[in-house]
Design a protein around this ligand. Structure first.
Ligand code: URA
Length: 406
């Protein structure tokens, strides 16, 4: 077999066999195929696509590239394609645990302007993100939740391909997204999965049409692997919560778990209801009622505390910066839009995300939105607080253009 023939075949929009895909992708993992040839193949795939059958084979090749987890019981998993202010995992995992439903999950770090659950978990001092396979099994038994970082042994092929896609303009290919997401979920041993597809300016998927295609393919791929997949399509033009920045987001999730109703509450209840319904064979409305009950009666918060302490975290030590700048309205009017993209970019500039692959994150910084879409404001009203450790930070009008006020 020859890598050039494989690249040319895909360039001419012909279907690749399992053997050809395996030769190319495993060859890349083993370093027999260089970056430039894999980049050419990824671009040919991004332009011409893969059939569902090719995507199935690629997903299998990804899963087979590393170890797989097998729990003694059926467990749930949840995935989000990446958003701004998205701490849904922090809320739904304890809701499920409070209902004795296990959830095991390998999460990622921030990518581009979107935040990552692992970075947010690391803002809780002591939290151990590096769980072994045995710790996953043990924590699921003990507190029904196990959430850590992706290990080197689980789908190593996704790790190397994802890093290459990130820098070759090939992140938006639906077949590549499907194999990337589904291989990790399948290798991690989930039986019930909910995938929250974020759609809009602040997300990887920009259009509703692409979100629908992705949704269909994820569900169909789940069936091929005997996994129950449900999807939600969530708009991502506006931040999902009022906090953007690692520790700030965790603190807002805690408020929701303690009963405060924010915009995060609704999407979290929707995601939780979907998983509860799949797991228990109920209608989503019944799942919703159960989720709401444990959120209200404090059982979800109790499960949250147990989870964090089981993984070594100390909630009393979460720190946000005490240097706070204020963003004030320049005029009277009504807020018609809050830009997720602008909030994401500002939080990166403050140091809440990475500017380069090796940047160090400052967990204590970020943005707290004090006004919502639809609110009427007066000139001089505080719209947002900006948490920074550098009071001399140079923020331009463009950096601060978070709110549209008409
Ligand atoms: N999330 C993933 O894990 N992979 C993708 O390709 C996109 C989102």
């Amino acid at each position: 077999m020859n890598i050039l023939d494989i690249i040319n075949k895909k360039r001419l929009n012909k279907e690749l066999t399992y053997e050809e895909l395996s030769y190319a992708f495993n060859g890349y993992l083993n370093k027999d195929i260089p970056d430039y040839q894999m980049s050419a193949l990824l671009m040919a795939i991004t332009i011409n696509g893969l059939s569902f059958y090719e995507t199935y084979n690629l997903t299998k090749i990804f899963v087979e590239s590393g170890e797989t987890y097998h729990f003694d019981e059926k467990v749930c998993d949840k995935h989000s394609t990446g958003g701004i202010g998205d701490t849904v995992t922090f809320i739904i995992a304890p809701i499920l645990a409070a209902l004795d439903i296990p959830i095991a999950k390998m999460s990622g770090r921030g990518l581009g302007i979107t935040g990552g659950t692992i970075d947010k978990l690391e803002s809780i001092p002591g939290y151990n993100i590096n769980l072994t396979k045995e710790e996953y099994y043990k924590n699921i038994k003990e507190c029904r939740i196990a959430i850590g970082a992706q290990t080197d042994n689980l789908v190593p092929l996704d790790k190397v391909i994802y890093a290459l896609r990130d820098v070759t303009g090939t992140t938006e290919s639906i077949p590549l997204i499907v194999s990337s997401i589904m291989s990790k979920k399948i290798a991690c041993g989930a039986s019930f999965i909910v995938i929250d597809i974020k759609c809009g300016e602040g997300a990887l998927i920009k259009t509703e049409e692409d979100a629908k295609v992705l949704s269909e393919w994820l569900i169909k791929m789940g069936r091929k692997f005997n996994v129950n997949v449900k999807t939600l399509i969530t708009p991502m033009d506006e931040p999902l919560s009022n906090s953007i920045g690692n520790a700030l987001e965790v603190l807002e999730a805690i408020e929701v778990l303690k009963g405060k109703e924010t915009k995060l509450t609704k999407v979290s209840l929707d995601v939780a209801a979907t998983l509860i319904a799949s797991y228990k064979g109920l209608l989503p409305e019944s799942g919703y009622i159960l989720a709401k009950e444990v959120l209200k009666n404090g059982k979800a918060y109790e499960a949250f505390e147990k989870w964090i302490s089981t993984q070594g975290g100390d909630l009393s030590k979460i720190k946000v910066s005490d240097k706070v700048l204020t963003l004030r309205s320049a005029k009277d009017g009504q807020i018609t839009h809050i830009s997720a993209l602008a909030c994401g970019k500002l939080s990166i500039k403050l140091g809440a995300g990475r500017q380069t692959k090796d940047s160090k994150i400052d967990y204590s910084v970020g943005v707290k939105l004090l006004k919502n879409k639809g609110d009427r404001v007066k000139k001089g009203d505080v719209l947002a607080e900006i948490y920074t450790n550098d009071v001399n930070i140079d923020l331009s009008a463009e950096d601060l253009n978070l709110f549209t006020i008409i």
